[in-house]
Ligand binder design. Structure first.
Ligand code: ADP
Length: 272
């Protein structure tokens, strides 16, 4: 491949730093800031962190939205107990479902007739659906939107990054994932996208004994601090393994959670 001229208009290469024109919102929508929540692989708690950050922002008085871009494994509706609801349409646009505390949500599960139906779509179709969640949904007066990104560094997250105007990225990981360097790929992808990494969240970081309050690193010692230092990321949050947290996200009561693990990151998002 010839050397990059940084002029994407005259180049056909499909490289990750390719500038694609950002998709526009419809005339009824306004979204001031977009935060993408990413992870190297599934199951590390990305949706949980997306939900907690959205709840924090909403509690702080911001009009908050969640765009569930994890199309093949959507878990946001369940966490907010809106999974039996369906998003309405007005002929041209879709209306998000609003949670009990006022967070607007759009997810493929809010459109499927049966929420257990699998989404057997190829990558470009999935990426197209996510883009439509941005362009064809009425996002009314939103201060901050959190995007629950598809896990990994493949075609779909790449397209989402390139076509939506992301202001900042939060990376979620687990101690095990750090050992396997999977999260470093996500960090490097974020760097390639030229979007600031607002913080790293290590989920399942430790278990705190409810009796003696001692902390145990069930999945091994944390390396998240070293990773953050290598990549100049100044905000690192740690979430413990917490039965109550799992129960809240599974029972749809995440809006009632109590915990200050993400406060530093939420404050940084507020600064935006
Ligand atoms: P991802 O979005 O990365 O696939 P999820 O956020 O859906 O992962 O989390 C996977 C499962 O693990 C969910 O059932 C969630 O409730 C549970 N979980 C996530 N984080 C924790 C935690 N810190 N403590 C206990 N359970 C957790």
């Amino acid at each position: 491949m010839s050397e990059c001229t940084h002029d994407c208009s005259s180049c056909s290469a499909n490289c990750s730093s390719r500038e694609i024109e950002k998709e526009k919102l419809n005339e009824f929508s306004e979204v001031k800031k977009v935060i993408a929540v990413v992870s190297g692989k599934g199951g590390v708690g990305k949706s949980l962190v997306t939900s907690l950050l959205a709840v924090n922002a909403s509690r702080a008085g911001y009009r908050t939205a969640i765009l569930d871009a994890d199309v093949t494994g959507p878990s946001i509706p369940q966490a907010f107990h809106i999974n039996s609801e369906k998003a309405a349409g007005n002929g041209n646009y879709l209306i998000p479902v609003t949670t009990k505390t006022g967070i607007d949500v759009m997810s493929l599960n809010l459109l499927l007739e049966n929420e257990t139906d699998p989404v057997v779509w190829r990558g470009p179709v999935i990426a197209g659906a996510v883009t439509q969640f941005w362009t064809d949904v009425i996002w009314r007066g939103i201060d901050v939107m959190f995007i629950d990104m598809p896990p990994g560094t493949g075609d779909v997250p790449l397209t989402v990054f390139q076509s939506l105007p992301v202001d900042g990225i939060v990376i979620v990981t687990s101690p095990q994932e750090l050992v396997g360097n999977i999260v470093e790929k996500a960090v490097k992808m974020a760097e390639l996208m030229n979007v600031p990494i607002l913080g790293l969240v290590e989920n399942y970081s430790y278990f705190e004994c409810p009796d003696c309050k001692s902390r145990h690193s069930i999945y091994g010692e944390s390396h998240v601090g070293a990773l953050a230092e290598t990549h100049g990321i100044d905000t690192v949050c740690r979430i413990p393994i917490d039965r109550k947290l799992a129960a809240a996200s599974d029972a749809g009561t995440i809006e009632l959670y109590e915990g200050d693990w993400l406060d530093e990151l939420s404050a940084k998002i507020e600064e935006l």
